[in-house]
Design a protein around this ligand. Structure first.
Ligand SMILES: *[C@@H]1O[C@H](CO)[C@@H](O)[C@H](O)[C@H]1NC(C)=O
Ligand SMILES: *[C@@H]1O[C@H](CO)[C@@H](O)[C@H](O)[C@H]1NC(C)=O
Ligand SMILES: *[C@@H]1O[C@H](CO)[C@@H](O)[C@H](O)[C@H]1NC(C)=O
Ligand SMILES: *[C@@H]1O[C@H](CO)[C@@H](O)[C@H](O)[C@H]1NC(C)=O
Ligand SMILES: *[C@@H]1O[C@H](CO)[C@@H](O)[C@H](O)[C@H]1NC(C)=O
Length: 320
């Protein structure tokens, strides 16, 4: 008798777990989230003009990791890539969605301009989805707006892209059947990144809720470079805050430990001068609204071959 009850129990438990797993799979609209650099050195290390072999091999490690992540994204066959850029066409105050249907742009490398070193990307923008996400975020009082070039929203004139979008899409966008949604961070991020933390966490959380309710599958890509003050001869000079900032970002990407990104990196960001920080915090808000333990973090590379740091990372939904 007791044995038969146990058997029934086990049977029901197995059924229940199987069902839960099924539901979970069918609800997994976000198929993966990724951090990719947009620095020209990661794009094409062969043009990186250095005699320092360590720096050169770090540049290749970043490039090869970005290639691996790009292949992974194409294997996931997302309907949409949601790209967050800190270097796009930006508003002073609002996060902007690009509302044309076509976009094109060129990036170059740090030591070789275009031409001859042209890296071009053409993207089909998902105007309907962009508008949907925009209106959901607006309904939740987020500072968001749309921007459209040369005609009404949804027109097919070509919206201009530059390195902040082109470099990550060069790695991530391999299929013509994948459309793109682009969110451009406001330029108040330059001097107010740390004050934006609560807002970025809310934005990430509403993004998670919206993306998980749509019909398409989505890969989230954060275009981000790290500290720009690693080298006294670089354009932004040297700050002792650069190194601990990049290390804190790397620890966060390895463990998803909240203190590293929201407290430690925040303390250094104003002198580290990172154009990636706001995207990383927004991503953290997205990830934690699903419960951090449901994601598998992985840091592929975190280096500064020249004056600026870059990292490649992924946070995949754990499979059952
Ligand atoms: C590469 O570096 C060398 C030595 O610093 C310099 O003379 C040369 O102009 C640089 N080339 C480019 C394309 O930056
Ligand atoms: C890439 O961009 C350059 C510069 O605008 C242009 O000359 C070249 O034709 C483009 N290549 C392709 C394949 O679109
Ligand atoms: C940020 O602050 C610096 C000095 O405090 C100022 O020179 C710069 O123009 C500001 N940048 C922006 C985008 O507001
Ligand atoms: C919107 O941006 C302003 C600063 O421009 C900020 O004070 C406000 O808190 C932001 N709103 C939300 C909901 O975060
Ligand atoms: C070479 O590059 C590495 C990595 O960026 C750096 O730590 C090291 O100080 C550089 N060496 C020289 C001699 O500049």
């Amino acid at each position: 008798m007791a044995a038969s009850i146990t058997r029934k129990c086990v049977l029901w438990c197995v059924l229940f777990i199987a069902c839960a797993a099924c539901l979970n799979v069918s609800q997994a609209r976000i198929v993966g989230t990724f951090v990719l650099p947009h620095g020209g050195i990661a794009l094409a290390p062969k043009y990186f003009n250095t005699t320092n072999h360590t720096a050169k091999s770090e540049a290749w490690a970043l490039h090869n990791s970005a290639e691996v992540v790009g292949q992974k994204i194409s294997q996931l066959r997302p309907d949409v890539i949601f790209l967050s850029t800190p270097h796009g066409i930006s508003s002073l105050t609002d996060f902007l969605f690009y509302l044309n249907t076509n976009a094109y742009g060129v990036a170059e490398t740090d030591n070789c301009d275009c031409p001859p070193c042209c890296y071009n990307v053409t993207a089909d923008l998902d105007f309907t989805l962009s508008q949907h996400i925009l209106s959901e975020l607006k309904d939740n009082s987020m500072n968001v707006s749309g921007i459209v070039g040369y005609g009404p929203p949804g027109n097919s004139e070509v919206f201009p892209l530059r390195w902040g979008e082109v470099v990550p899409l060069y790695f991530a966008l391999k299929s013509h059947s994948t459309e793109v949604v682009i969110l451009s961070h406001p330029s108040r991020r330059y001097n107010h990144s740390d004050e934006m933390i609560p807002e970025l966490l809310s934005l990430g959380s509403f993004l998670y809720q919206t993306l998980n309710r749509i019909d398409q599958t989505v890969a989230v890509v954060i275009s981000a470079d790290l500290a720009h003050t690693h080298d006294k001869n670089g354009p932004y000079g040297y700050s002792p805050d650069a190194e601990p900032f990049d290390k804190a970002c790397g620890r966060w990407a390895t463990t998803l430990n909240e203190g590293d990104i929201l407290d430690i990196a925040a303390k250094y960001v104003n002198n580290a001068l990172s154009c990636g920080y706001t995207g990383l915090v927004m991503l953290h808000g997205l990830l934690r609204s699903a419960d951090l333990s449901t994601w598998q973090p992985h840091l592929y590379a975190n280096y500064h071959p020249s004056y600026y740091g870059m990292m490649v990372a992924e946070f995949m939904p754990k499979t059952w």
